[in-house]
Design a protein around this ligand. Sequence first.
Ligand SMILES: NC(=O)c1ccc[n+]([C@@H]2O[C@H](COP(=O)([O-])OP(=O)(O)OC[C@H]3O[C@@H](n4cnc5c(N)ncnc54)[C@H](OP(=O)(O)O)[C@@H]3O)[C@@H](O)[C@H]2O)c1
Length: 327
Amino acid sequence: MRSAHVVRQDPEDPLAGLEVADLPQLEAPAGWVRVRVRAAALNHHDLWSLRGVGLSADRLPMILGTDAAGVTDDGREVIVHAVITSPGWTGEETLDPKRTLLSELHPGTLAEYVHVPVRNLVDKPAGWSFAEAACLPTAYLTAYRMLYGAAGLTPGQRVLIQGAGGGVATAAIVLARLGGIHVTVTSRDDAKLARARALGAHDAVASGTRIAPVDAVLETVGEATWAHSLRSLRPGGVIAVAGATSGPAPSADLNRVFFRSLRVIGTTMGTLAELAAVRDAMVAAGIRPVLDSVHDFTDDDAGTTAVRTAFSRLASGAAFGKVVLTR
Ligand SMILES: NC(=O)c1ccc[n+]([C@@H]2O[C@H](COP(=O)([O-])OP(=O)(O)OC[C@H]3O[C@@H](n4cnc5c(N)ncnc54)[C@H](OP(=O)(O)O)[C@@H]3O)[C@@H](O)[C@H]2O)c1
């Protein structure tokens, strides 16, 4: 089974440990189903795995990929939910201390087939391509939960989204507009700012620019933008944080946090119900995920080149929206 997997981990050169080759297909655990992968979206999570963050070396080689849309053996067109809870867990999925994402413990989605628990499927919207549907499980689910769960935003409120071009950030722009929220974005790149405006951002400014106070900040960049995020909040405002691409240890600026009664709320992925909810909200509003590029993962040398090109695109930081592999 031709798959893209991590064979060794290198913090400085993540693509060095990316291999595309045939791995034997494992049996599905009892109660799991097989999905033929038609599209798989890349995420920064895949780069972390290649760097050795969040995936221990004793689990290599590991098939990468958290996100997929595909077809079950009985012909159902589905989106795969990436959050796998531990056996017997009945609480909120993301709070299971032993929960994993696909490609952390169980093989991921950058393969011909992926196995998931029966419950980890939602129907693909009929009018969407597999490439569009594959964008939802991580970026759109996370952005949806950041906006409406962690930050609890309501129509008319203001949000700041850091790092305009990212998969989560572009998802957040369209999902925030859907909820009637005023959107300000930052980027280090003028072209991305222009694209963010075209996508619906009300204000798009260079990273670090002083802005009118916002009710909430969506933070996935981390150290590079954290101080600006704290400075941009109104008293009582909230930072929803789901990532730290540029580094995990900014100054906390605790004086500002308590003096202005700020809240910092961490959040990761979301539940199956939230995945269905974000899908339904987008279908009802007639909006589609933002695709940066689609690459054809065929079972030949061209497919191997396509996988490497897609990963290079993600690692470059130049993408605007989701990088997707189809097959
Ligand atoms: N907790 C969760 O459930 C969850 C879910 C999804 C993602 N994440 C995490 O969230 C982060 C973003 O994920 P993603 O998939 O959206 O990644 P991505 O698509 O690779 O995001 C790239 C964006 O990050 C910004 N960025 C990167 N380095 C920066 C720096 N030094 N200074 C300023 N901006 C920088 C860039 O903004 P500009 O170039 O526009 O300035 C770029 O557009 C990752 O760390 C990921 O692991 C977490």
